[in-house]
Design a protein around this ligand. Structure first.
Ligand code: HEM
Length: 356
């Protein structure tokens, strides 16, 4: 919190005669109800329907990192100063000393979590009811909502630590890890449960693996830049105390390494006759990286304007999903009795890399 008395207290923010927080709770309830109605088709799930929901799962889990960024850049991190309560006396923003604006933003972000959780629970239920049974889908569908609940706990630690940058960064990175599972789930919905077979040459798969690790390190370092810079979520939030220029240079250096690896991967994909869909994913990754790099340099040059910082977080979610799509595209699950034949047009692919 800023320490100065709020211009407008949370209790005073009223819309059509009702406190604003009541509208937020109402929207969350209506949203969850709408999801349950829409998701009633998942009671008799078909894999094609499940795949659409899996896509939605990626969107909401990647999207919540963007709403979280909005909390940070608007200094609303302690808009609810307690956890799991919002204020010492209440689960909703009443009676606290926070400003109406900060409370609305932070409380709104908390309510969004219920929508994300609802999607995860619906998919979990559908995975359980899917026939024939898919152990791989059930496992992932179980871990995803646990990860979302874990986000609630890390969110609590973030509040209790008065927005320590490691907790804020951990909150962000847990979303990044949950997104890995949501993308894997989406990809697996199109494949049978069986052995894993490469769709590219061994070298291409290795480069894609290194790219994924470097991409994750790039995101981790991004959270260190954030933890050093001005957007900690509150004016009094503790900071890492690193030199901002140095950590930004390290972060942008890793961005360049990610670009170099993506270009190398693209050359390999083109020269070894990789599947067309994977080549398209590779181009999409390069496009996302280019846009994200441009936003990164622009926001740095302009002194980190809030809107661009939020856009950079959206870009990081898109880059991460693009990296994961490429990685998961370098091998596919095939039916146990599928012939061991090359699946690419280059004739160098198709070997099984593991058995179930
Ligand atoms: C191209 C791939 C890039 C990715 C995937 C990426 C990702 C990220 C992530 C995940 C964060 C942390 C967000 C948060 O904690 O909320 C971040 C922060 C940041 N990035 Fe990047 N970044 C990229 C490129 C760049 C480049 C080229 C620059 C150029 C200087 C840059 C500058 C920054 C800055 C200054 C911050 C801190 C913003 C703040 O105050 O919150 N990034 N980045």
């Amino acid at each position: 919190m800023t320490g100065s008395p709020p211009v407008l207290a949370a209790d005073d923010l009223v819309l059509l005669g009702q406190p604003f927080w009541l509208w937020q709770v109402g929207v969350a309830i209506v949203g969850v109800a709408a999801l349950l109605i829409l998701g009633s088709r998942l009671w008799h799930p078909r894999i094609a329907t499940l795949r659409w929901w899996a896509l939605g799962n990626i969107v909401v889990n990647a999207g919540i990192s963007v709403t979280g960024a909005t909390v940070r850049v608007t200094e609303s991190g302690l808009g609810c100063s307690e956890w799991p309560r919002c204020t010492p006396e209440s689960f909703v923003p009443v009676g606290g000393d926070h400003s109406a604006f900060n409370a609305a933003i932070e409380f709104g972000n908390r309510t969004v979590t219920f929508l994300v959780l609802a999607v995860g629970v619906l998919i979990f239920m559908a995975a359980l009811r899917l026939r024939p049974r898919r152990r791989d889908l059930i496992t992932m569908a179980t871990i995803i909502p646990i990860g979302v609940l874990g986000q609630g706990v890390v969110g609590g630690i973030t509040v209790w630590s008065d927005l320590h940058p490691a907790a804020v960064g951990g909150h962000f990175l847990l979303s990044t890890l949950v997104v890995v599972l949501t993308v894997a789930f989406y990809v697996r919905c199109r494949q049978p449960e069986g052995p894993l077979r490469r769709t590219v040459t061994p070298l291409t798969r290795r480069v894609a693996g290194v790219l994924t690790v470097v991409g994750f390190a790039l995101i981790v370092l991004g959270t260190v830049v954030t933890g050093t810079g001005p957007h900690g979520g509150d004016l009094e939030a503790p900071r890492y105390g690193f030199d901002i220029v140095t950590v930004t240079r390290l972060h942008s250096g890793l961005a360049w390494l990610t670009v170099a690896l993506s270009v190398a991967l693209m050359v390999l994909l083109m020269r070894t006759g990789a599947p067309r869909a994977l080549r398209v994913q590779g181009w999409l990754l390069l496009a996302a990286l280019t846009a994200q790099g441009a936003i990164g340099y622009t926001q740095y040059a302009l002194g980190l304007p809030e809107a661009l910082v939020v856009l950079h977080v959206l870009g990081s979610a898109l880059v991460w999903v693009a990296i994961l799509r490429v990685w998961f595209g370098t091998a596919e699950r095939v039916a146990a009795d599928a012939p061991d034949v090359p699946t690419g047009t280059g004739g160098t692919t198709g070997e099984r890399v593991t058995t179930p």
